[in-house]
Design a protein around this ligand. Structure first.
Ligand code: GLY
Length: 572
């Protein structure tokens, strides 16, 4: 089936969402989802059609890629509450039309009262799920400061109201939910009730069904306060009061001072050259940029393109690179403001070539099996990525998260938004796996005001000095391998963006010592061959949810939303 839908720039396309009149109530409804679009001017690929549409409308009104990205992020906080957020954090990579990069870190921080052993009993054992569910799991949110900082520095539309008003409208008037959203809300009903024993918009007596309208009036009021007061509308005053009361009455430790003191950090990106391409991505406290650069440099000398796509040889090579890179991640990566991350060594070519000295094309290297465990049941699609390109080819690659679906499941009473459970991304005890099965150490230990290590990998690729690819994905620990494989599919296996994103994916993260594959993804004969080399397998329902834009040879934009979910491309 050819899914590509061309949209010549000269044709003013139909607005994809519309108001619906029903019992005197107007609400929003996305009328279609596009997965693959070619257009000439600008493009937004996000997890929700309404958010993509908001971004494109901003572009059409003369906004640039940052205006569009910020507006769509606020919209996602309403229409994609499982991961879009104002109660979480994220990373934004910006490439200006002149080709200059800025990297914005608005990751959550540990509260001032946090300490290294806060999830341990006196005997050193881990308190079950305390870093995953409930108010103690919440890190100090960074999203509102992040989005406003990006807009203040780069936005072209100087009226912030125009950026945030669409999200206020979505919250106040409501929007019709999809089947996937209905399923998700039903799945978490018990958690919503357990952690929020007060009436709230996410719980109703009957099961949610497709087409039900989700109205979030308290969230609309919070967004109004942000519209009027900027960051103070979140970090001070009424919203801050609601947040602190909610958290503290449920056993959490965030206080007013934590919120007042929250600040984003502008950082220098990590970059590497892969073949003739320049790959730019996020530095610590995300592991994404360093890990992606290491992966690409480790496989480059082995010419994966010559080994055959998804052949046992190419999968083995990439898995062995992944194993080695995730071992480094566990040992060396954390917030560089608190731990001396040896970034230049980790990216040094002699260090990297030494790493592959024991690579054997015939056999799997065993991850040092000092400890062995299985991944806990995991939630895969808790983060969300958005890619934006404008008519001047300014680009934004932004990934944001609450960590798990709906974060800690704690909803700010009176504020209407979910709070993250990002504290689980710290290493709560050396070698103890987090919800993604990732282990860590001192580099990622909890310290007050420190940022927890992330795997988010918002990435931009250049070819011949020009914008070539904007991409990213949710998926916890699998984000890095997802972005890695899409880039290799395009550069080494010469695929179109559709094919590069559609292909099944695999993932190895050092421990557990298994190749995780998407269900039904791998031919039995390939699997047998890899097993003969000594690999074990695990299965994930799906790996990654890519949102990507590629600049084609004629300068037009090709946007692809992953077939694996409701991801949508809008363009003009
Ligand atoms: N919370 C997932 C990540 O930041 O990697």
């Amino acid at each position: 089936m050819k899914r590509l839908r061309h949209r010549p720039g000269s044709i003013f396309f139909l607005v994809c969402s519309f108001f619906v009149l029903s019992c005197n109530q107007t609400y929003y409804k996305a009328d279609h989802i596009d997965k693959s679009v070619v257009a000439h001017r600008g493009m937004v690929v996000s997890a929700h059609a309404l958010a993509s549409e908001v971004g494109v409308k901003i572009l059409k009104k003369g906004g640039n890629a940052v205006d569009a990205a910020v507006a769509s992020q606020f919209a996602l906080a309403v229409v994609y509450p499982r991961a879009g957020n104002i109660g979480g954090g994220g990373f934004m990579l910006i490439r200006t039309e002149e080709g200059n990069y800025s990297c914005l870190d608005y990751r959550e921080k540990a509260p001032g009262m946090a300490n290294k052993d806060m999830y341990l009993r006196p005997d050193g054992s881990v308190i079950d799920s305390a870093s995953i569910f409930g108010a103690l799991a919440v890190g100090v949110p960074g999203t509102v400061d992040g989005l406003i900082s990006a807009w203040e520095k780069f936005g072209q539309i100087r009226d912030f109201g125009k950026i945030i008003e669409p999200s206020i409208e979505f919250a106040r008037k409501g929007f019709a939910i999809s089947q996937e959203e209905a399923d998700r809300l039903n799945q978490y009903k018990n958690d919503f009730q357990k952690f929020n024993p007060f009436p709230n918009p996410f719980v109703k007596s009957k099961a949610w069904v497709k087409g039900d309208v989700l109205i979030q009036e308290e969230l609309a009021q919070t967004l109004e306060r942000i519209k009027i007061k900027g960051r103070d509308g979140f970090y001070k005053g009424e919203t801050a009061k609601h947040l602190v009361i909610t958290v503290q009455k449920s056993g959490g430790i965030i206080c007013e001072k934590d919120l007042e003191e929250y600040q984003v950090v502008w950082r220098s990106p990590i970059e590497t050259k892969y073949r003739s391409y320049r790959v730019v991505s996020m530095p610590p406290p995300s592991s994404g940029g360093i890990a992606l650069a290491q992966l690409l440099e480790l496989i480059e000398p082995f010419n994966p393109g010559a080994l055959g796509f998804h052949s046992p040889e190419s999968i083995h090579l990439m898995v062995e690179a992944e194993r080695r890179v995730y071992a480094d991640r566990a040992k060396f990566l954390g917030d560089s403001d608190f731990f001396d991350v040896p970034a230049s060594t980790l990216l040094d070519s002699s260090y990297l070539s030494a790493k592959m000295k024991d690579f054997d094309p015939g056999f799997a290297t065993k991850s040092s099996s000092i400890q062995s465990y299985d991944l806990p049941d995991r939630e895969h699609f808790e983060t969300t990525h958005t890619s934006v390109v404008d008519k001047n080819r300014m680009a934004v690659s932004v990934t944001t998260t609450l960590n798990s679906n709906y974060g800690s499941k704690v909803l700010v009473e009176g504020g209407g938004f979910f709070l993250n459970n990002e504290m689980d991304d710290f290493s709560i005890k050396p070698g103890f796996p987090n919800q993604f099965g990732l282990i860590g150490n001192e580099a990622n230990a909890i310290v007050p005001a420190k940022r927890m290590l992330s795997s988010m990998t918002p990435t931009i690729v250049e070819k011949d000095g020009k914008l070539f690819l904007v991409l990213g994905s949710p998926g916890g620990s699998t984000i890095i391998t997802t972005v890695f494989q899409v880039i290799v599919n395009i550069i080494d296996f010469e695929m179109t963006l559709d094919d590069a994103v559609d292909q099944f994916r695999f993932h190895h993260q050092y421990l557990p010592d298994k190749i995780f594959i998407e269900k039904d993804g791998l031919e039995q004969v390939v699997k047998d061959n890899l097993q003969a080399k000594g690999h074990d397998f695990g299965t994930y329902e799906r790996i990654g949810l890519v949102k990507a834009i590629r600049v084609l040879a004629d300068g037009s934009l090709h946007g692809v939303g992953d077939r694996r979910s409701d991801v949508d491309v809008e363009a003009y």
